[in-house]
Design a protein around this ligand. Structure first.
Ligand SMILES: Cc1cc2nc3c(=O)[nH]c(=O)nc-3n(C[C@H](O)[C@H](O)[C@H](O)COP(=O)(O)OP(=O)(O)OC[C@H]3O[C@@H](n4cnc5c(N)ncnc54)[C@H](O)[C@@H]3O)c2cc1C
Length: 389
């Protein structure tokens, strides 16, 4: 990786879409356009169930699934992993199945996450593994542990098994020398997740930073939490920095129960704290490793500018990350300039990842927002290719 890195241009669509054939580009254009049909999104859940029942699995597989998912299993995600690798981008396999809350399902999910950790340990194209606490632990017990509520004997036994699953995955990450992200979730279960993540970091981040907690900067209290962690911890710390995915839910719950919303007053405050958090971590990079998990061009450019200005070499301690099928113009333009980038590659059986896919569709439904930007870039590249043909 070059020491004299220069800043990328996120307008370079040739680099952004080098991995897509003309046909794939046209399909992506059609897909992002279809997200503009609000009735489609409103009934997406029902429509997708019917589509699967009526045998339209192939249609889903070749469109929305192909855009946002790697495959139905870790093994069948090989093509996506190799495509990213060819363009200098790593893969973070994300088992995105959202199942029932039973101990059997938690065990199956934990086994699948263990497969992804082992795979990352033996495949240099996969720099990280990831998991969500709610995939392997009951939500209500995370709520109880977060609020200091006493557990019954039976609940305690369930919690102990859940904690063993959580810590088992962190221990496996150390055994395989794999860096492991713990995703951030709703604020009313986050204290329990933080406590587990802090313990795991202390236990496993010795000579290398292996365990990363996630900080959501759409919360007004998280920059202070991040700074406190960095100030008091003498060991290696890992943080994935994101803005946060549960804004509406957070606001609605706060209103329902009459407590102050944990969310920032406006987007500008979220953006300000996000960039401050990135800078604070970069200034402590001797001890702090980060993953800048964002589709925001300004934040990505600001971080890249810092790395260029301070001649920080492309060490493992600073990564950029986006989701598969989104913001390729950020991922591939950053990697083309020598920055470290890895994309979340969700996988799982089509029927089980539908909730994930519908969320991606909803997130991309605003013409002003990300979808508009994706569409403009795709259309620009289609025109550019026609002109240069
Ligand atoms: C690699 C990766 C990993 C991720 N992991 C997690 C995770 O573990 N947990 C999690 O919760 N999310 C996670 N996310 C999702 C992330 O939190 C954001 O929802 C998403 O990336 C959009 O934010 P942005 O920075 O990309 O872009 P932007 O489009 O710049 O920001 C949109 C975000 O800004 C915030 N926002 C919007 N309007 C307002 C407002 N009026 N007031 C205050 N804030 C506002 C919201 O967080 C919204 O999602 C992840 C995203 C990526 C790319």
């Amino acid at each position: 990786m070059s020491e004299a890195r220069s800043l990328p241009s996120f307008d370079n669509t040739a680099v952004a879409f080098a991995h897509k054939s003309n046909w794939q580009l046209r399909k992506a254009k059609w897909l992002f356009r279809s997200f503009g049909f609000t009735w489609l999104l409103k009934h997406g859940n029902t429509l997708s169930k019917w589509a699967l029942l009526l045998g339209f699995k192939g249609l889903i597989r070749n469109t929305i699934f192909e855009q946002f998912c790697g495959g139905e299993s870790a093994e069948s995600s090989e093509k996506a992993i190799e495509n990213l690798h060819q363009l200098g981008v790593g893969t973070i396999l994300d088992y995105s199945v959202e199942g029932e809350e039973t101990e059997d399902v938690f065990e199956t999910t934990a086994r699948e996450i263990a497969v992804s950790i082992r795979k990352a340990g033996s495949d240099p194209r996969i720099p990280f593994a990831v998991f969500k606490a709610t995939g392997i632990m009951p939500f209500d017990l995370l709520v109880a542990q977060s609020s200091g509520q006493a557990l019954t004997k039976e609940q305690q036994a369930i919690w102990d098994r859940a904690e063993t699953r959580f810590m088992g995955l962190c221990a496996l990450a150390e055994e395989c020398q794999v860096r492991l992200f713990i995703d951030a979730e709703e604020s009313w279960i986050q204290p329990a997740i933080d406590a587990l993540a802090e313990t795991a970091m202390l236990k496993h981040n010795h000579s290398r930073c292996l365990i990363y907690n996630t900080i959501q900067l759409y919360r007004h209290d998280r920059l202070a939490y991040l700074k406190e962690q960095i100030q008091k911890g003498q060991h290696l710390l890992g943080f994935k920095l994101v803005r946060g995915a549960y804004m509406e839910k957070e606001r609605e719950r706060a209103q329902k129960y009459g407590y102050p919303s944990p969310i920032q007053v406006n987007k500008e405050s979220t953006d300000r704290d996000y960039d401050l958090a990135v800078m604070h971590c970069l200034e402590h990079r001797n001890r702090v490793s980060i993953c800048i998990g964002t589709h925001n061009e300004k934040s990505s450019l600001l971080a890249a500018q810092y790395l260029v200005d301070h001649a920080v070499d492309a060490s493992d301690s600073v990564y950029f990350s986006q989701l598969l099928g989104m913001s390729d113009h950020i991922s591939f333009n950053l990697s083309s300039k020598g920055f470290r980038v890895a994309k979340y590659v969700p996988y799982g059986p089509i029927a089980s990842v539908m909730p994930y896919l519908l969320r991606r569709a909803q997130e991309n439904s605003s013409a002003k927002g990300q979808a508009g930007r994706e569409l403009v870039l795709i259309e620009t590249e289609i025109v550019r290719r026609k002109k240069s043909a």
